[in-house]
Design a protein around this ligand. Structure first.
Ligand SMILES: [Zn+2]
Length: 613
């Protein structure tokens, strides 16, 4: 997994001025009305808690002078904020009084005020072996802890340092093991302990960056740090789908919250999202907020005031945010029952196929990330992330023996080929790639359907013997049917293997019958499956609510497929009053005929719908 330079998450304060030179782009099409309701002073949302982050530069520009402060609060009134986070980059004791003054005035206006520290210097991330850098961190924390009772640590609590001291300290360890231990120890000594010495009431919140795949390599370790800190904030920041350097799929924002936030339990404080460099991309920005709302984050932190305020070009997404706030709150208030999904095994600190859980979510498989091995669920998804569990192969086999389904990625099966799992299918060739625009999809009842895709797809080659017949979906060329989705009974259970296209994003663009076949695997477990194109996510809540989110720039005609005994009447769409068409469906024939129920609707680009029975 290639390392991602830290600076792509967010600009270092010193580099922020470069932010104004950014991609030009037209305002993308935004669904629905774009008018913000006027907010009375001190108004709050009924079902959401919102907070705004002020960088030290924002504090200076927008809050330092009383008149600017008044204007800023009026400008941000549509967000109906409960709380603000004030970053202080100063270690000068004189900064305490200034910060206290601003905080006192904001509190008098009904806002909660917390502090924020960015553990970075002029050169970027700190060296945790440098006395000078540690003194800089301590100095900032001392100032903050005298002015506020809560400090959030911006996601610069990492190191990329390769100085002599760091290399010598690492020795024969991996950077991941060394740095995660070093940052853990030094942040106790120079951050948490300092804050609590200065102010015994002080609590310190860690904010995790969204580049989970580089966490340990650079010193973040959720398994070590969530117990260490008083609270946890989880980054979304998926930004523009196509042009941002990280290319994080939108749905990953939801997974990060459910995975890392969910693991933190009562310590989970917030989702943190930003609009950095997102001018002209309001849909992608609002997508971040929807993920926080759907994940039911206890608080949503908007980073940051300066980015949402002119003259920063990315502030052009702010009117769209204000206009949609009422809808976010409305949806949050309508959701009932627990979020349901397919357990996907994501041990803390694991890495694997890049953001695969986000791509799976964006083909309509609702994800329920679980750090612990999902032993009990009937069906569960396993990827290379699971390899962080040293007992993996034995546990997977135990699942199969217990009559359960193991759905795994092809890269994981390759890594486990020396185990019993390597004998499940008879792979005769798996070198190189195969490219084609033709697929063969096997129905549930041995009927097969050729499917022509509108474009070619490239997959790692999986060529199998005729028997056991395992190809639920195959890529067809003149020379062979290559495996895409492989399913077979094994011992008492079932094993499914999903081959991943050379570019994971291509999963979203696979033909509908291919995606429908993948979703069918989990129908029994979920009692619902999506029918239709990729790029639409499904979020089931309880047994009668289904949120659908179209992340395509085009209209998506989709349906919820439900069991035959689902009622035909009593369905409604509650966000937009969309028309629903409910029908009984029949698949297969003769003794293999299967009857189901479908609730169909049409979703506009970036529309969020709540279908409820
Ligand atoms: Zn160093």
């Amino acid at each position: 997994m290639p390392l991602r330079p830290a600076s792509v998450t967010r600009p270092h304060p010193a580099m922020r001025r470069i932010a104004s030179v950014l991609l030009a782009g037209g305002l993308s099409l935004v669904w629905g009305p774009l008018r913000a309701e006027p907010a009375p002073a001190g108004a709050r949302w009924q079902h959401l808690t919102t907070a705004l982050f002020f960088t030290s530069e924002d504090v200076e520009n927008l809050l330092a002078k009383p008149a600017d402060r008044q204007a800023a609060l009026e400008y941000f009134a549509p967000l109906r904020l409960s709380k603000v986070y004030l970053d202080s980059a100063s270690g000068d004791p004189a900064a305490v009084a200034v910060l206290r003054g601003i905080a006192a005035d904001l509190r008098a206006r009904g806002l909660q005020v917390s502090g924020a520290v960015v553990p970075a210097g002029e050169k970027g991330p700190l060296c945790y072996n440098s006395a000078e850098d540690m003194a800089l961190l301590e100095g900032r924390v001392r100032v903050l802890a005298q002015a506020v009772d809560e400090i959030i640590v911006d996601d610069w609590l990492f190191t990329t340092c390769t100085c002599e001291k760091c290399v010598a300290g690492r020795g024969s360890e991996s950077w991941a093991d060394y740095r995660s231990r070093l940052v853990h120890e030094q942040s106790k000594r120079h951050l948490i302990d300092v804050a609590k010495q200065v102010n015994p009431r002080a609590t310190v919140i860690i904010k995790y960056p969204n580049w989970y795949e580089g966490h340990r390599q650079n010193g973040y370790d959720v398994a070590l740090q969530t117990p260490q800190f008083d609270g946890v904030s989880v980054g979304i920041e998926t930004r523009q789908r196509a042009t941002d350097e990280q290319h994080i799929p939108i749905y990953s924002g939801y997974v990060f919250q459910r995975w890392i936030g969910g693991d933190a339990g009562p310590k989970w404080r917030s989702a943190w999202l930003d609009n950095y460099g997102m001018q002209g991309d309001a849909n992608d920005y609002l997508a971040e907020v929807w993920q926080a709302v759907l994940a039911r984050a206890p608080e949503i932190i908007f980073w940051c005031a300066g980015q949402l305020h002119p003259p920063v070009p990315a502030s052009d997404v702010y009117p769209a945010l204000c206009a949609r706030m009422g809808d976010f709150d409305r949806l949050a208030g309508m959701l009932e029952g627990p979020a349901r999904g397919i357990p996907i095994h994501l041990p803390l600190g694991s890495t694997g196929e890049y953001n695969i859980f986000g791509y799976l979510g964006m083909i309509g498989l609702p994800m329920a990330p679980t750090a612990a091995f999902p032993a009990d669920a009937k069906a569960a998804i396993f990827t290379q992330h699971s390899l962080r569990d040293p007992q993996l192969a034995a546990k997977l086999l135990a699942r199969i023996r217990a009559g359960k389904e193991v759905f795994m990625s092809w890269p994981l099966l390759q890594d486990l080929r020396a185990s019993e799992l390597g004998r499940v299918m008879n792979v005769i060739a798996d070198r190189g790639t195969a490219t084609s625009s033709s697929f063969r999809v096997r129905g549930a009842f041995w009927d097969t359907e050729p499917v022509a895709a509108g474009r070619p797809f490239t997959f790692p080659k999986i060529q199998l013997s005729t028997w056991p017949y395992v190809r639920s979906v195959a890529l067809i060329r003149e020379d062979a049917d290559f495996g895409v989705l492989l399913s077979t009974p094994y011992m008492e259970g079932t094993v499914d293997v999903l081959n991943l296209p050379d570019n994971s994003y291509d999963l979203l663009r696979l033909p509908e019958p291919v995606l429908n076949a993948v979703r069918r695997v989990f129908f029994e477990e979920l009692g619902v499956r999506l029918v239709g194109m990729g790029g639409v996510a499904l979020y089931p809540f309880g047994e009668r609510q289904y949120v659908l989110y179209n992340m395509n720039d085009t209209v998506a005609k989709v349906a919820l497929h439900l069991p035959a005994d689902a009622p035909l009447g009593g369905w409604r769409e509650r966000m937009n009053g969309d028309t629903l068409v409910v029908t009984r469906t029949e698949e297969g024939r003769e003794q293999w005929k299967q009857v189901g129920t479908e609730v169909a609707l049409s979703l506009k680009p970036f529309e969020v719908a709540l279908v409820e029975r």
